[in-house]
Design a protein around this ligand. Sequence first.
Ligand code: SF4
Ligand code: SF4
Length: 100
Amino acid sequence: MGKQRKDKQSRFFEVRKELCTGCGLCVNNCPKDAISFLWGKAEIDQRKCVRCGLCVKACPRGAIVEKVVILPKALEKEVQSLQMQVEAILGRLDKLTGVK
Ligand code: SF4
Ligand code: SF4
């Protein structure tokens, strides 16, 4: 449950305006009334959007895309993990080359 919530917070949906034809299918399929039109192109109100992804499925033009945000905490964990991997590799190299 907690993980799912975190996942939802780290992603959002965006309209690629150049692909949008203004057909309105995404508007009709959004359960939260989060999509409106601006200059004939769909626009998502991120405050209303619950990241369900139904608009992505509804769009025949593939104009709605999912974006993932890397949250600072997740980034920190990634860096720590990479550091540990680098240290392990350097340790192995030292053993192979006989450096003490
Ligand atoms: S992801 Fe769901 S709530 Fe958000 S705009 Fe699309 S259909 Fe609406
Ligand atoms: S369904 Fe796709 S093409 Fe149609 S209005 Fe929505 S974003 Fe634009």
